[in-house]
Design a protein around this ligand. Structure first.
Ligand SMILES: Cc1cc2nc3c(=O)[nH]c(=O)nc-3n(C[C@H](O)[C@H](O)[C@H](O)COP(=O)(O)OP(=O)(O)OC[C@H]3O[C@@H](n4cnc5c(N)ncnc54)[C@H](O)[C@@H]3O)c2cc1C
Ligand SMILES: *[C@@H]1O[C@H](CO)[C@@H](O)[C@H](O)[C@H]1NC(C)=O
Ligand SMILES: *[C@@H]1O[C@H](CO)[C@@H](O)[C@H](O)[C@H]1NC(C)=O
Length: 475
């Protein structure tokens, strides 16, 4: 390994310590006076004006049909009854209309709004269009799976084949520039085992090096697992190793965060992958959910681990998608709620974690990377402002932004037009495979719907402008 990758340890130790204290504020205050070389400073009135995200021009690249479709779909999403019962409504519609009829209704509407397509050609078409708008792809295979559904090694091997196909598609096409993809570990490791590992981790730590050796094919016996579990874990690590081998230097693999009762196991496995594959750059990334009270501590621990084991560290920073279920579970099991008590607390947590990463990136842009995965305009502005203050390049690759396909295009397109690196998370697959994913997305309703209200206004303005243009143009 080249020596420049080895971090100056002492300096790091200070950084990490500083980050936990008010001293980080002085550290950044010093830098406030310096002019930003990237020139993307919110004190620049032009940029500040654009980043209010109020210009319907962002939509000028959309066809009239796409504008109408987005308006229609978002209109439907604005009825809480529809959203809250959409799972039931969809299975009802499917029984009434039959599989084909159902698909005929959904394909041009909801599906086309949120899903890239099913065949490689359809996906390529969507991706080329995105690429021409300056947006990067982040493919996601929607495999919705929770406890108790899984049967046998076969299922996970099938999922592995699908994931490897996703790796290949992500990097081997003309539309793929600096591609990313999302990986759900529970598609390759039995979720029940992840839960068991999580409880074992409360008692003893697993050594990352031992996991890496297991990934390399060594027959390790893990304490606390029975023979069957041990065999499955070894097979699973082998599967994850294949993903790593296939993607390193080609596609950045962003591991999803899921539920708190399994996240520690997912993080452990992800860190082992990082240790093996992130020697020369961040190819494997982990996700941190800022709605968790412990998110800041988890992030700082992970940073420390990456320093101790000298690997590069990539972070997908999200607020978190499983709030309702986490709270329900905590209530059922009479545990303290792991989620911050209000949206405002989550917001502070998000922006705080963001600052930690941006500070590190401004010091060592080759070692640390982050994707600011949010639809929240204020957090996006916060990131852009801090990048300017710290002198982080907008297209340097260490900081990028991420939104879901079909959501908050006014944010994504505006950022891309300003030269920032923006990814759209793109699910693909058949109507049947992607449906549970769409249902879950619709139910992440609350604040997302508020964001959509603005997008609807902007869509409407752009539509009016087009119609007026047609009328005056025709004269
Ligand atoms: C590219 C991408 C990848 C993603 N990957 C993951 C992933 O791996 N794992 C995952 O869990 N999610 C993931 N998400 C979803 C994400 O966690 C959020 O659910 C979603 O983006 C909405 O948050 P926001 O910041 O965009 O919107 P905002 O509207 O600013 O915030 C909504 C979020 O705030 C939090 N919140 C809302 N109300 C409260 C409350 N009363 N108390 C405390 N917190 C509250 C919730 O987390 C809610 O989702 C991903 C999102 C994107 C764009
Ligand atoms: C969100 O958090 C940031 C940083 O902590 C804060 O400045 C901002 O006011 C918060 N926004 C809201 C709406 O509370
Ligand atoms: C969002 O969904 C939850 C259940 O998933 C429901 O309790 C809540 O009322 C919904 N909120 C809105 C604004 O629709």
């Amino acid at each position: 390994m080249s020596s420049f990758l080895r971090p100056p340890l002492l300096h790091h130790f200070f950084m990490v310590r500083l980050l936990g204290t008010a001293a980080s504020r002085t550290l950044t205050a010093e830098r406030l006076g310096t002019a930003s070389p990237g020139g993307h400073d919110l004190r620049d009135p032009a940029l500040a004006a654009v980043l209010t995200f109020e210009d319907p021009q962002a939509f000028k690249v959309k066809s009239i049909w796409e504008l109408l479709r987005a308006l229609g779909v978002f209109r439907l999403c604005s009825f809480p009854v529809l959203v809250n019962n959409c799972g039931k409504l969809m299975s009802f519609a499917r029984t009434v209309l039959g599989k084909r009829g159902f698909s005929m209704v959904l394909r041009p509407s909801v599906y086309a709004q949120f899903v890239a397509g099913e065949t490689e050609n359809e996906i390529a078409e969507s991706m080329e269009k995105m690429s021409s708008l300056g947006l990067h792809p982040m493919l996601a295979v929607p495999i919705e799976e929770d406890l108790g559904e899984s049967t046998g090694e076969r299922r996970y091997d099938d999922n592995l084949a699908t994931m490897l196909e996703c790796v290949r598609m992500s990097h081997s096409n003309a539309w793929s520039r600096d591609p990313m993809m999302q990986l759900k570990i529970t598609a390759l490791v039995n979720p029940d085992l992840c839960v068991k590992l999580t409880s074992l981790l409360n008692e003893e730590q697993y050594d990352l090096d031992v996991l890496v050796r297991a990934m390399n094919g060594e027959h390790i016996i893990f304490p606390g697992l029975n023979e069957k579990e041990n065999t499955h874990f070894l097979c699973s690590l082998h599967r994850l190793n294949q993903i790593g081998e296939a993607s390193v230097n080609k596609v950045r693999v962003l591991v999803d965060a899921e539920y708190t009762y399994m996240n520690p196991a997912l993080s452990l496995i992800t860190m082992a992958m990082m240790k093996k594959f992130n020697k020369d750059g961040a190819w494997i990334w982990n996700t941190y959910q800022c709605y968790l009270k412990e998110s800041r501590a988890l992030l700082l621990d992970a940073i420390r681990l990456s320093v101790d084991h000298s690997f590069c560290f990539g972070v997908k920073l999200v607020r978190g998608a499983y709030m309702d279920k986490e709270r329900k579970l905590a209530l059922q099991k009479d545990k303290t709620d792991p989620i911050h008590q209000s949206w405002e607390h989550t917001n502070d947590s998000y922006n705080g974690c963001l600052d930690i990463m941006l500070n590190l990136i401004s010091q060592e842009p080759a070692r640390y990377m982050i994707i600011v995965a949010t639809h929240n305009e204020e957090s996006v502005r916060h990131a852009v402002t801090r990048m300017g203050e710290l002198g982080i390049d907008k297209d340097g690759g260490s900081v990028c932004f991420g939104q879901l396909l079909g959501m908050c295009d006014h944010v994504s397109l505006t950022l891309a037009q300003q030269g920032f690196s923006v990814y759209k998370s793109v699910p693909y697959g058949s109507v049947d495979d992607t449906l549970p994913y769409l249902v879950r997305r619709a139910q992440e309703n609350r604040t997302v719907l508020q964001g959509i209200r603005k997008e609807r206004d902007l869509l409407r303005q752009e539509l009016h402008r087009r119609i007026k243009e047609r009328i005056t143009g025709a004269r």
